[in-house]
Write a protein that binds this ligand. Structure first.
Ligand code: RB5
Length: 148
């Protein structure tokens, strides 16, 4: 799978571990930065990652900041992006299966590297159920985007 990854300074340390993990599992990773621990602004990297997904270059994305919240808010401003901020593996799996989330966000200041990799695996390995009420509800999300 081709996966885009991005972070701000507060997610920079864990981004490297996530990237190595994905590559070791055979995925292709597109890294949109940031590339140092110098202070920067998370919307820049959320926007760059969303573009990779909306352009069709990448299938899924991972965004990391201090809490995961700024990244998820920024990502969810984009039509067609469904970003979920998770700190447990159940939610990380279910947001793929039920919400067809295409970006996982989490906070380096919230989760450790061990849990971060498990969140990533739960998200990447899950599949959207693509049937019944899940399809209806995801379509309703798209309608909200059109209305706004
Ligand atoms: C940066 O200090 C921090 O605010 C940012 O990484 C993120 O947690 C925002 O939601």
């Amino acid at each position: 799978m081709k996966i885009v990854i991005g972070c701000d300074h507060a997610g920079y340390a864990i981004k490297g571990a996530v990237k190595d993990h994905l590559i070791a599992k055979g995925h292709e990773v597109v890294d949109v930065g940031t590339n140092s621990a110098d202070s920067c602004h998370y919307p820049v990297y959320a926007k760059a990652a969303c573009k990779k997904i909306l352009d069709g270059e990448c299938e899924l994305g991972i965004l990391i900041c201090g809490t995961g919240i700024g990244m998820s808010i920024a990502a969810n401003k984009h039509n067609g992006i469904r970003a979920a901020c998770c700190s447990d593996t159940f939610s990380a799996r279910l947001t793929r299966e039920h919400n067809d989330a295409n970006i996982l966000c989490f906070g380096e200041r919230v989760v450790g590297a061990g849990l971060a990799l498990e969140l990533v695996d739960a998200f990447i390995n899950a599949e959207y159920m693509n049937s019944g009420n899940h399809v209806t509800r995801v379509a309703m999300l798209s309608e909200i985007e059109k209305e706004n």
